[in-house]
Write a protein that binds this ligand. Structure first.
Ligand code: PAF
Length: 282
């Protein structure tokens, strides 16, 4: 497995593989890799000839009071996981290589990025779209792999790719959960034992949402209300939002839709967790 820190070095490697007609898969990450990330690499390995994983804690997507400084970093272990997953090249740039002094350009979407997560983390998605655009330009992937856990993020990246006519296929892979239902996240390691126990309310709320969606009398609005009630009944968890929205536009819904998604964001101590479930209405 090759490890490169310079965009120019990655470009050279990519160029030779593209000339050889190989299909390139990109798995963008911020490191602190877990089984969820490995599932993205496994999927890329199955579908592509040359798999690139990027490991870059992107300062641009962290707000002033967020956890950039304490975000977990474990490069040695991450490289071992990439190697075991059959990754061909890991790109681990420094911030100074990604954002040269004097850089002025960014990629910003104006609609999807302003709702839900965007309301609570105002410049977060501008940082995500900018870094993902740069990663696409450096690695020129045929396919790029993202997790469904960051539901709004993968939707925004799909929008960006379509708006800007990028020939990259976005593949969204299913959420990987612990046995008790907690969605895997690099931030789970911050949870105290008591918060870890409380965190199960997210999965309970999503399971309730699916159960209710199968009941003819329930609507997106009544389901969202019952999810929120579950959080009101749980001490030590501060809910940012629990909604049932259109799975493509993230707009609020009336009636029983064809495709809806339940989205939750909640804070436990200093840790903020997000989770979601696509709902099947019967
Ligand atoms: O989902 C993430 O880990 C990050 O937002 C991403 C896509 C790697 C961009 O920094």
């Amino acid at each position: 497995m090759q490890v490169e820190v310079l965009p120019s070095a990655v470009r050279n490697v990519v160029h030779s593989h593209r000339c050889g007609g190989r299909r390139i898969g990109l798995v963008p990450t911020m490191g602190a890799l877990h089984v969820g990330h490995v599932s993205l690499m496994d999927a890329a390995r199955r579908n592509c000839d040359f798999v690139i994983a990027s490991i870059f804690v992107n300062p641009l997507q962290f707000g002033p009071n967020e956890d950039l400084e304490r975000y977990p970093r474990s490069l040695e272990k991450d490289l071992q996981k990439c190697e075991a997953a059959g990754v061909d090249l890991v790109f681990t740039p420094q911030a100074s290589q990604m954002y040269a002094p004097g850089a002025e350009s960014e990629v910003r979407l104006t609609g999807l990025t302003r709702m839900l997560e965007g309301r609570h983390r105002p410049s977060h998605f501008d940082g995500v779209t900018t870094v993902v655009a740069k990663l696409f330009n450096i690695t020129l992937p045929d396919q790029a792999y993202f997790g469904q856990k960051d539901y709004q993020q993968q939707l925004i990246i799909r929008r960006m790719v379509s708006d800007l006519d990028w020939g990259v296929e976005i593949v969204t892979c299913p959420i990987v959960r612990e046995d008790d239902g907690l969605a895997l996240s690099s931030r789970n390691r911050y949870l105290s034992p008591a918060d870890r126990e409380r965190s199960l309310v997210l999965f309970r709320a999503l399971s309730l949402a699916q159960e209710l969606a199968e009941t003819a009398s329930e609507t997106p609005d009544s389901i969202a209300r019952q999810m929120r009630q579950l959080f009101s009944d749980t001490d030590g968890v501060d809910l940012d939002y629990a909604v049932v929205v259109d799975c493509k536009t993230l707009e609020l819904l009336t009636g029983r839709p064809e495709c809806a998604v339940a989205l939750i964001a909640a804070r436990l101590g200093k840790t903020r967790l997000i989770d979601n479930q696509i709902l099947r209405f019967r």
